[in-house]
Design a binder for this molecule. Sequence first.
Ligand SMILES: *Cc1c(COP(=O)(O)O)cnc(C)c1O
Length: 572
Amino acid sequence: MNNLHEFTAEPMIAYFSMEIGVKNDIPTYSGGLGILAGDTIKSAADLELPVVAVTLITHKGYFNQEIDSNGWQKEKAVIWDPAKYMTLLSEKVKVQIEGRDVYLQAWMYLVISPTGGKVPIIFLDTDLPENASQDRGLTDYLYGGDSDYRIKQEVVLGMGGVRMLQALEFHIKKYHMNEGHASFLSLELLLRFKRDIESVWDERSVWDVARVRDLCVFTTHTPVEAGHDNFSYPLVKQVLGEIIPFEVLKDLAGKDSLNMTLLALSLSKYVNGVAKKHGEVSQHMFPGYHIHAITNGVHSFTWTCEDMAKLYDKYIPGWANEPELFVRTGVIPELELWEGHREAKRKLLTYVGEATGVVMDLNTLTLGFARRATAYKRPHLLFSDIDRLLRITEKSKLQIIYAGKAHPHDDNGKKLIQGIYGYRDKLKGKISIAFLPGYDMDIALKLVSGVDVWLNTPLRPLEASGTSGMKAAHNGVVNFSVLDGWWIEGHIEGFTGWSIGALPTEKSLPGSSDAEDAADLYDKLDNLIIPKYYDLDKSKWSRMMKNAISKNAYYFNSHRMMRRYVTEAYIR
Ligand SMILES: *Cc1c(COP(=O)(O)O)cnc(C)c1O
């Protein structure tokens, strides 16, 4: 017996994601994809949608980031106890990996909304005494190990997840794959619905592809090639055996290797990218499939700091479950909004001082930049012409706060972080620069609410959507960003924020140039942003904050996003 009967009476949407970031203490996320999954689930709960989510327990978390005296990232294991937050269910299922039975158990965490809505999250776990020792660790690390470890994890998530939902007696009417990591769920459904026909004239007709496609929804999340998992067929054969004839599998998942994105594309009736531009770029990458777009959003309540929430409660009550009310941000008095922001900024700067020893000034224009440390995000663009930057800051002061983790195997990403430490030392006394170690949900909220301007400099069109800028907008923090991902849709020049570089027209690489983008960045910082920030009439800046809230937070929230998934993907 378990206490799931309240969920098993009605047909549900099953939402599968390799990572889910639902709260800071449950370290089963690495970044944007997982946080988006968490926000999706929270909105589903608020809107009382019939959703169940499936992911892996990730016993050892992603990692805790420490930075040594050379500015080099060190990864520290996370120690956490699922039993503190979740209930262990009694059902067990098994999958076959390399011919071995691998048993799975499940932990359940319930997301409960103040509206009364509830969404269970099923965390799959292979750490059972009946499993071979190498299989017990399959749910230890997020994105750890090699492709051998990865494909096995994905078998656990996709095939194991579908079997677990069945064992728990859920009735699933749609399966939503949040990124290709979960694609094996579609293969499991293909096996489940295999037609029982004797001596067919066409081998392929036993596979009911149309039925599986009707059940599946797929969201692709990145135009970066390395973001799409690829497994060699010899590896697939070693891990899974020939559960389905390879000629059939190759038709669905690619001739030369098993591409998890292609598998999901072939077996889903509804496919989408995560911003309009990303939909187009994905369509260009995968001709022959119809790719829609549903632009991401963030969970308004989660990503609004206390000081702003207090103001919204006072002037636009009900905003958290009806973010459309941000359209009325105009009723908030400008100076009250400015003071609310100053309070959030004061808290951030205090935290920065405690965590890094860098003393920052409340009255200085503060830029924030936090994202995964990887080359295409170009964290150094701001420093590409140091002389120019120094000339600008001689007139008006500037301070900058950075955060972000590099993947443990990504030495280039770690060098980017080290580079920021280098600039911090080199510019000491001229521009205050702080790097906050251990970027996580708590630090993210402090940052997106406490800085004045949120900077984003990706090499377009590689930022599929980006979500931290939407969080900033929820706190009245204006964006200064390359026109890529969501910002193409959210930006009104000089009104909701500022762009860096030209409006893109291309659908494939190469997009922007570093030199052009840097020149535009300096020009706007010098001539538009700094003068506006230091204007003695603070209502000017405050009006811009209002525009960010009423035009950006109003739209780029996960309530709007979920309503679109329901009407465009789930009930069709
Ligand atoms: C929001 C968030 C991200 C994703 O931000 P992007 O702008 O999409 O890169 C990553 N990590 C944490 C901790 C976040 O809160």
